[in-house]
Write a new protein. Sequence first.
Lengths: 234, 422
Amino acid sequence: MREIIINELTQASHDLARGFAHYLPRLIVMLIIAFVGWVIAYLLKVLVRSILRLTKFSKLSENSGATQLLKQAALPSSTELLSRFVFWVAWVGFILMGVSVLGIVGLQEYTSRFFLFLPRMFVSLVILFFGLLAASFFSRAVLLAAVNANLRSSRLLSISIRVIISIFALSMVFEVLGVAEQTMLIAFAIAFGAVMLGLAIAFGIGGKDLAREFLERRLVTGKREEKEDELSPL
Amino acid sequence: MAEETLLTDDFLRQLINVGEVDIVVGLPTHNNAKTIDPVIRAIQAGILKCFPRERVVIINADGGSQDGTPERVTGASIDDVWNVSKVYALRTLHSISTRYARTPEPGTALRTILAAADLLRAKACVLVSPDSTTIEPDWLQRLARPVYNDNFDMVSPSYHRQTSEGVLMRNLLYPMTRAIYGHRIREPYASEFAVSGRLATDFLAKETWNEDWGRVGAEICLTITAITGNYRTSQCFLGAKTHPDRSGSDLVATIRRTVGALFASLDSNFPLWSTITDSQPVPTLGTQSEVTLEPVRVNRKRLREMFATGVAELEPIFRSILSESTLSELKRIAGLDVSDFNYPADVWAKTVFEFAASYHKSVISRDHIVQALVPLYRGRALTFLLENREGSEEDVDRSVESLCGEFERLKPYLLEVWADRK
């Protein structure tokens, strides 16, 4: 009995030592890949940061309104955030490559999924950025046009445009990421429809007098608006 | 050559039929049938009276009129003018017309007329506004003579105006052009002016036509080209200037093609204007005569409201354009009643300079920067009206002179914000 136990223990320790000897080189390879990956990811981070600074990306980000959003969320600047994102994506990619060297069954599938997910993630980030940029640009254009035309509630109009475009961009992002596609599509349709209906009712009720005046001016001849002369700029 | 693609075959054929000329009179039009007849008659009378021996052609560049304006120009008979003036031209007076586009584009109209003048080797090219209801035959002589006889390259006009007329010109375009480029040209964006064939040819070859602002604000670019190119410039007094249509609906477009073009010109001309420290008078030809103008009513309360609303609603945009001190000053002014309202000259000059620097740095879309200036201009216009409510023409001139002084005094501030603004 005692001999059997000793034999089993010896066998187990031999197996463990063999297994360890089998995995040790792979583990070292994984650590080397992770280390080299860290160096490459760090260099990539520095490179991306320099490129973004050279191309004045922060100005573009400020124009899109992304900088304000990040400030409100107490996050670093968009340039820093994007360069850190590149660092982590690159390093995690190298770590997963290293893990795949270990030959652990099941992990390889997750690794390949991660790499397949990267392009979609990149596309969704691009859509989000340009969506925010478009939302900011068009909301500002509407605000300026409304103020210069002396329209009331110009800021409300501007915010509405920003919200609609942002919701549209977000729904596209979720669709690209494949996250709750149906839910997002339905939510977007409901939100968009609600906003449009709300605006239609608001304009209908709020603008009925304006519409009547406009139609009277256009259609009823002889009734001319008494208007004081405007300034002549030139 | 750009002109080859700009001028249509039919127009070129008409120009070839005309042959070389001494003077081109350009008429850019778009639906001006209501006002064009007296303008044509004044031009014809001016030609008969002042240039009976010269070869003159009237060129109409039309932007898609639907009311028969080009037909009125080409069909205007000189017989009536002959009968009245009893003076006969020794040359055939040609009137030709071309449609350069289906929609009006002032820059393209000017370019078409200058290209025609260049092809016809004209010594002088005079531009006349089709809605100048106060035009007189003498205007042609006053504009063309210095170029044709005295070798000036550009003659810009000077007018008698109501206080409510030319407000942007007197509160921004003139003071800023004067402070920046050092020439006291009172109408840097003129609807009537004359240029030499040399300046026209050189201006046509400029790169500015490739830029949006160059095409949109071609008139002010021409003035800036004349100043920066050291061409001989002068100005002449024409008389009263009134606009038949005082609609304020085009204010944004007007500011875009004038202020936008002026701001844009600062980028390429920085080495030149940054070294200019004062301004020089421009020779003014002709005598100023007294003109009586009908007073115009302006809704001051509405102007104040539009200014105050603009300051409140556009505050997030102003934060990217203006300094903290200027913005807080604007907020203070926005709280004033009409009776106490005052947008001081120094604050206005600083505002304009900060806008110019922000435009240079493109802190937001350049077009948005120019549009954001509109409500602030209304505030300054109100102050200008209030200051000169009871004033004579001389008082208004003194007020404009004082504003120009502020712009010149604060030019170092422009250089500072130009360099510093991030």
